[in-house]
Design a protein around this ligand. Sequence first.
Ligand SMILES: Nc1ncnc2c1ncn2[C@@H]1O[C@H](COP(=O)(O)OP(=O)(O)OP(=O)(O)O)[C@@H](O)[C@H]1O
Ligand SMILES: Nc1ncnc2c1ncn2[C@@H]1O[C@H](COP(=O)(O)OP(=O)(O)OP(=O)(O)O)[C@@H](O)[C@H]1O
Ligand SMILES: [Mg+2]
Ligand SMILES: [Mg+2]
Lengths: 227, 227
Amino acid sequence: MIELEHVHRVFKVGDQEVHALNDVSLRIEGGEYVAIMGPSGSGKSTLLNILGLLDRPTTGSYRLDGENVTTLSDQAQANTRRDKIGFVFQFFHLVPRLTAAENIELPLMLAGVQPSERKHRVQQILEAVGLADRAHHKPDQLSGGQRQRVAIARATIMQPTVILADEPTGNLDRASGDEVIEVLENLNREKITLIIVTHDPEIGGRTLREIYMVDGKIERDETRRGR
Amino acid sequence: MIELEHVHRVFKVGDQEVHALNDVSLRIEGGEYVAIMGPSGSGKSTLLNILGLLDRPTTGSYRLDGENVTTLSDQAQANTRRDKIGFVFQFFHLVPRLTAAENIELPLMLAGVQPSERKHRVQQILEAVGLADRAHHKPDQLSGGQRQRVAIARATIMQPTVILADEPTGNLDRASGDEVIEVLENLNREKITLIIVTHDPEIGGRTLREIYMVDGKIERDETRRGR
Ligand SMILES: Nc1ncnc2c1ncn2[C@@H]1O[C@H](COP(=O)(O)OP(=O)(O)OP(=O)(O)O)[C@@H](O)[C@H]1O
Ligand SMILES: Nc1ncnc2c1ncn2[C@@H]1O[C@H](COP(=O)(O)OP(=O)(O)OP(=O)(O)O)[C@@H](O)[C@H]1O
Ligand SMILES: [Mg+2]
Ligand SMILES: [Mg+2]
């Protein structure tokens, strides 16, 4: 379902080059539950951005559901992203002018879902992440962890085939973090591929597979048995 | 040194009111090392913003070093903030057009420190937070945890009398987080008051005093003995 082969991502800063991803190959099947861990600056967000079709490799290929997405036009990539991928950004990227409910509703509107069904689904997910009483707050009227939960709700409300979550519990206490992980794991139980970048070893311990990165390379890729 | 008495902070959202801080009183002496913990949305950032003179109480008073700062003009508050307080924001607020080194240098320039001394001090702190090789990157060319470390360096380079850090390790792996906490604790050893909002119980466990908030109130305020 996800196949990266010999992916490199090089950034230029002035005349310096940063090799953010250095020969990364991996294969993730539909429905897997994977943690990506590693030190700050090791390439986790860069890898997730490529998987989420928000960035392209400098060299190497990416096949998603058998299709080589590296060679798609920007518009075609955007369509595939909208149809298949839910992305929880490390720093949320909520729309400042919209309320929490409106931010979460956005993907449903773009997909042409009817108003009554939209209202119902938004209400449901707001309750699932504990934000029913913050529905009409704009992002700057929310706490850091509340914004993070809005980002998670927005990314998951369309039940995409792949959910990519970049540090989804970084701003959350243990209780709210568990609530969020439960929402994500419930979706994974319905066969949605779930890939979580995290610094939290407790979350890493819940997944069946852990990919550990150092300096742009995959240092370890371990699948746990007997769970 | 820090004295809050019966502080309330009420936000209005439409015709709804959010009681973000609800009768908070506390006293922190110079040189203390305090953790503020509690669930997402409990009022931690709101409390820190008031302590950092970035926000005012709706009612109640705040005395800093014996001076009632609640009644100061905006300009006078800004001066006190610049002179006494180093603030590490939950979401960093770095200047997008400036490099990491320039962001960190900014407080020194505003204070009129000479160029050669500025360069030396910026280099020193970049090394302390492990970012010497990222000096010329702008914020959008840095990882999440790297931006967090720039924010920490900027907040601490002037050796303010009070450091307020809002979730300073939220985006960091254990190793980088320890590095950052070490920088902050070294400053505390030089009698700088250190107040850290954190969701990480390991950091909470390192402080001598823990303030635990729930729904805008201080539920517990415990000082550990025998350390
Ligand atoms: N400008 C605002 N307008 C309305 N409500 C606000 C505003 N800022 C914060 N709030 C509300 O006040 C409460 C406290 O927010 P605060 O940011 O202090 O929480 P926090 O403890 O820092 O949470 P987190 O751990 O998620 O960062 C939250 O419920 C939030 O929705
Ligand atoms: N646009 C860019 N230009 C230049 N360098 C970049 C850019 N984006 C990222 N980098 C560099 O690439 C490396 C990997 O960045 P990335 O954001 O993937 O790290 P990360 O593993 O997500 O880190 P963190 O845990 O701190 O979020 C970092 O060293 C960073 O400085
Ligand atoms: Mg990252
Ligand atoms: Mg906060």
